[in-house]
Design a protein around this ligand. Structure first.
Ligand code: URA
Ligand code: CA
Length: 434
């Protein structure tokens, strides 16, 4: 087989065979095929697309390029949730203990990654002592004993994807649905859960800007997952504004604790209940969504969900005092507030721009080696549809660097737009693909 022929075939609009896809994925991962040839192949795929068989083959080849985790040692059905990414998306911190409190095992590999804020693991590491580098043995043991374990990606999950994603990033070939779907699914399928629930975000703060695109991506990923023998579903949810009120690391942990304690309602809780209900049904815990939702709500009211979070943090070495007293979590020394000069309503919040402000404050990584400031972040007091009285605070910014705080605050002003008249709340859940 020759790479030249594979490129030519795709350039001319042909469909690649499983063997051809395996050949280029394997050859690229092992440095036998150069960047320039894979670059033009990716660009040809960008223009000519891939059919379902090709997308499944690509996913399979990337999945098999590294470790495929075996979680069969965990009792019952192991469920996993994956979000395609957004701003103020604190769902995993809430959903994992909430579902585990219903006796359904959550064993999740989570990323750190580049982004406006850290990933789930970075956020948890704002709790002193929290350790995500647990052994496979501890991971499985915790999942059996307390139904919850979260680890930074252990071993080499889908190294082919890592290499291809980095190349796509610099060749303007990230935003192709088959490439995105196979990239995400190769990692999910390698991480070993029995059932996969995808949360496909749509809106200004997400990858997918329109519902049509989001549904199409969801459809492709669900078909890949089910085609490869894993029960897979996707919810399509709104990311036109940040999901929760907190955007950062420690600040998101604080918000998660409040939601788990039943002290904070709103969009973040609603999305967690919707995702959690699907997960309980997928795990065979309840017959239908309604019963599942009731069980989740009950476990927030009776304190079980919060206790599960505490138990989980302690099991992974975290300081219980910081969960019991969240004011002990890191918080920037300086605060700046955005205030309103008049009475008005929030019409829209540009999620991506809020994320960029958090990044300016130091809450995320610019490059893979940058240090995260765990105490930096933004709290949004007023979300879309909410009324602001004259002089009320719209958002607070926390940080440790006054210059950065000033820069972020003036930028954050522009992320908000207003109306004098009441504004409708946004639709939160667009639908499901299964
Ligand atoms: N997230 C991924 O993991 N891969 C993509 O291609 C896009 C988003
Ligand atoms: Ca099992």
């Amino acid at each position: 087989m020759r790479m030249y022929d594979i490129i030519l075939k795709k350039r001319n609009g042909g469909s690649l065979s499983k063997e051809e896809i395996e050949y280029f994925v394997e050859g690229y991962t092992n440095n036998r095929i150069p960047d320039y040839q894979v670059s033009v192949l990716l660009m040809s795929i960008y223009f000519k697309g891939m059919n379902t068989d090709e997308t499944v083959s690509l996913t399979d080849s990337m999945m098999k390029s590294g470790d495929v985790i075996d979680l069969s040692g965990i009792d019952g059905i192991v469920v996993d949730k994956h979000s395609t990414g957004g701003v103020g998306d604190t769902t995993t911190l809430i959903l994992a203990p909430l579902v585990a409190s219903c006796d359904v095992a959550v064993a999740k590999m989570s990323g750190r990654g580049l982004g406006h804020t850290g990933g789930t693991i970075d956020k948890l590491e704002s709790i002193k002592g929290f350790n995500a580098e647990i052994s496979m043995e501890t991971f499985i043991d915790n999942a059996n004993r307390i139904k919850i374990a979260l680890a930074g990606q252990t071993g080499k999950l889908a190294p082919a994807d890592k290499k291809l994603y980095a190349l796509r990033d610099v060749t303007a070939t990230v935003d192709q649905l088959s490439l995105i779907a196979s990239s995400i699914m190769s990692k999910k399928l390698a991480s070993g859960s029995d059932a996969i629930l995808l949360d496909v975000k749509v809106g200004s703060g997400a990858f997918m800007k329109t519902p049509d695109e989001a549904f199409e991506l969801a459809r492709i990923m669900v078909d890949i997952g089910n085609g490869m023998g894993k029960d897979t579903k996707a919810l399509i949810t709104d990311m036109e504004q940040p999901l929760g009120r907190a955007v950062g690391n420690a600040i998101e942990v604080k918000e998660a604790i409040r939601v788990l304690q039943g002290k904070s309602k709103g969009e973040l809780l609603e999305v967690c209940l919707a995702l959690g209900s699907e997960l309980l049904v997928m795990a065979g815990k309840t017959e239908n969504i309604k019963d599942a939702c009731r069980l989740l709500e009950k476990n927030i009211e009776n304190g079980r969900a919060y206790e599960k979070f505490l138990e989980f943090v302690i099991a992974q070495g975290g300081d219980r005092e910081m969960v019991l007293n969240p004011e002990k979590l890191p918080q920037g020394r300086f605060v700046t507030e955005l205030k309103s000069g008049e009475r008005k309503y929030v019409k829209a919040i540009d999620g991506m721009e809020v994320g960029n402000c958090a990044l300016v404050l130091g809450a995320g990584r610019d490059t893979k080696d940058s240090q995260i400031d765990l105490g930096a972040g933004i709290y949004i007091h007023k979300k879309v549809g909410e009324k602001i009285e004259k002089g009320e605070v719209i958002a607070s910014l926390f940080g440790n660097d006054v210059k950065k705080l000033e820069a972020a605050a003036s930028r954050l002003e522009n992320a908000f737009s207003y109306d004098e008249k009441p504004v409708e709340k946004r639709k939160l859940i667009y639908g499901i693909a299964s």
